[in-house]
Design a protein around this ligand. Structure first.
Ligand code: SAM
Length: 295
């Protein structure tokens, strides 16, 4: 949280409600401090124990919003905390304590720690809730102008060139807007791999420093953006979004191929329905070709 950090701007009056036992995940700002939700502040004000990926960041966030820590403990929990720390947290919950958990920024578990903890809480049958809020992936999707009906969050691409190429090749045909996180140092390399693997015309959007002072959204074809970025010294936090692959051309041959596959396990009627739906062709046409294939 780097903006709007004047405590006087944010007089939070916590709801006078006890926080029930169990784990309470809270999302925290990805830039503008005032993006915290009132419910997240209530949880921070009322939980018995505070747990954070970065205890300093959480303390600072509470200071900004005037949430007193009092005598409560702030326990560190991150990907390297180990089984002992996990068991300690489960023990506290089993004793009836309420725990608030925040990762460093945004939504816990989204390219951030928390998964093992949530899985363990679910397996132990302990109560759990989430106070939703900021998430860079969703913020970027809403600003991108790319279709939002279906999206695929792929996290951080691998840093080694070969692994990154395979990673992109696996995503190339996904029929959804792709959302990736990337470090500014590797952005130029990622975009140039996109040109090679996804093609120069694939539409890409780069969202930088969302909710912060230097927020910026760049849109264009992969080649165009790769060129723009190569000429600049890009800094800050980055989300990269990629439009879905254009639909491949449907020909009589491709319908016949799809039907041959489907007919291995389906009746003519079912195969025709399936192929007409997956390729978007009239069922009558798929049915006629299926009958011809049956001979
Ligand atoms: N849990 C976080 C969330 O909900 O978005 C993500 C944590 S991940 C360790 C950090 C990455 O998220 C950054 O490297 C960047 O790719 C993306 N990110 C976080 N804040 C951002 C922002 N303000 N603008 C653009 N990208 C951001």
């Amino acid at each position: 949280m780097r903006q709007g950090s004047d405590p006087a701007e944010s007089p939070h009056k916590p709801a006078l409600r006890a926080i029930p036992p169990g784990l309470h995940l809270i999302s925290t700002p990805i830039g503008a401090a005032r993006d915290i939700t009132l419910r997240a502040l209530d949880v921070l004000a009322g939980a018995d124990v505070l747990v954070a990926e970065d205890t300093r960041t959480l303390r600072h966030l509470m200071e900004i919003h005037g949430v007193p820590l009092g005598t409560r403990q702030v326990i560190a929990y991150h990907d390297h905390s180990g089984e002992g720390q996990l068991q300690r947290l489960l023990g506290l919950m089993a004793e009836g304590k309420s725990l608030a958990y925040a990762s460093e920024a945004g939504t816990p578990l989204i390219s951030d720690p928390g998964f093992e903890l949530v899985r363990a809480v679910a397996a132990a049958g302990l109560p759990m809730s989430a106070a939703p809020g900021p998430c860079a992936a969703i913020c970027a999707l809403t600003l991108s102008g790319l279709p939002s009906d279906r999206f695929f969050f792929a996290g951080f691409p691998p840093s080694a060139q070969g692994a990154r190429r395979t990673f992109l090749a696996d995503l190339a045909a996904v029929q959804a807007t792709l959302i990736l996180y990337e470090s500014p140092k590797r952005l130029a390399a990622l975009l140039s791999e996109m040109v090679t693997v996804l093609g120069p015309a694939r539409q890409v959007v780069v969202c930088r420093e969302l909710t912060k002072r230097f927020e910026e959204v760049l849109r264009g074809g992969a080649a165009d953006l790769a060129e723009q970025v190569a000429q600049r010294d890009i800094k800050g936090e980055i989300v990269v979004l990629v439009d879905r692959a254009p639909p491949s051309e449907v020909t009589e041959e491709s319908i016949a191929e799809a039907l041959d596959q489907a007919l291995k396990t389906m009746s003519v009627k079912d195969a025709a329905t399936f192929v007409s739906q997956t390729l978007g062709v009239p069922r009558k046409i798929a049915y006629k070709i299926a009958l011809d294939r049956q001979g």
